[in-house]
Design a protein around this ligand. Structure first.
Ligand code: URA
Ligand code: SF4
Length: 198
């Protein structure tokens, strides 16, 4: 089948590739600007995301919106996806088998978007995209190049919401500034228009 957004959306909506299909209300493929140079990848839908069929719309999503705004980005300027497209019950981490079943969809999104930068939001994204044994507290903020894409692992916004000492928030802010710097270096901020069209 030809790889198009429409085919991908339909395939995910109908998917029964792992047990997470049983209890989902909606699949959550992702959303944003398909021409963006920057792809964000989280873990999987939570309760609100499952109810609405949209990524990062609950408390973590509201924080993500503020994080984007802090470096002059909006959701419409980036693309936001997850490792799994259906909600793991009780927001548990997706199993290795669930992630493996779902990863071809993220790969398809990657092929359609061809982002220059990929931001892994949290350990789950980083372990499936970078290395299974990644230590997010040690390796966050360190850029890794993989097949021409620059990858930045950072904390998941949910971890920042649970952060009591403020340490992770400070580190996440460093990572956001690093992302802004890299985007400036690579001339990736749009010039006059508010968004990318190509
Ligand atoms: N957490 C995630 O990892 N993804 C979402 O879409 C929402 C919350
Ligand atoms: Fe299919 Fe992914 Fe949903 Fe599993 S999580 S049913 S693989 S779309």
């Amino acid at each position: 089948m030809e790889l198009t957004w429409e085919n991908l959306e339909n395939a995910v909506r109908a998917c029964r590739g792992c047990g997470l299909c049983e209890r989902r209300l909606h699949t959550v493929l992702g959303e944003g600007n398909p021409h963006t140079p920057v792809l964000f990848v989280g873990e999987g839908p939570g309760r609100q995301e499952d109810e609405q069929g949209r990524p990062f719309v609950g408390p973590a999503g509201q924080l993500l919106d503020r994080m984007l705004a802090a470096i002059s980005l909006t959701r419409e300027m980036v693309y936001i996806a997850n490792i799994v497209k259906c909600r793991p019950p009780g927001n548990r981490e997706p199993t290795a088998a669930e992630a493996a079943a779902c990863l071809p969809y993220l790969r398809a999104q990657f092929v359609l978007i061809r982002p220059k930068i990929l931001v892994c939001l949290g350990r789950t994204a980083a372990m499936h995209i970078l290395r299974p044994d990644i230590r997010i507290t040690r390796e966050r903020g360190i850029w890794v190049e993989k097949k021409g894409t620059l990858i930045l692992p950072t904390y998941h916004p949910s971890a920042l919401l649970r952060d009591e000492t403020g340490q992770k928030k400070r580190e996440a802010w460093q990572d956001l500034k690093s992302l802004r710097e890299k985007m400036r270096e690579m001339d990736l901020y749009p010039k006059e228009e508010k968004t990318w069209t190509q």
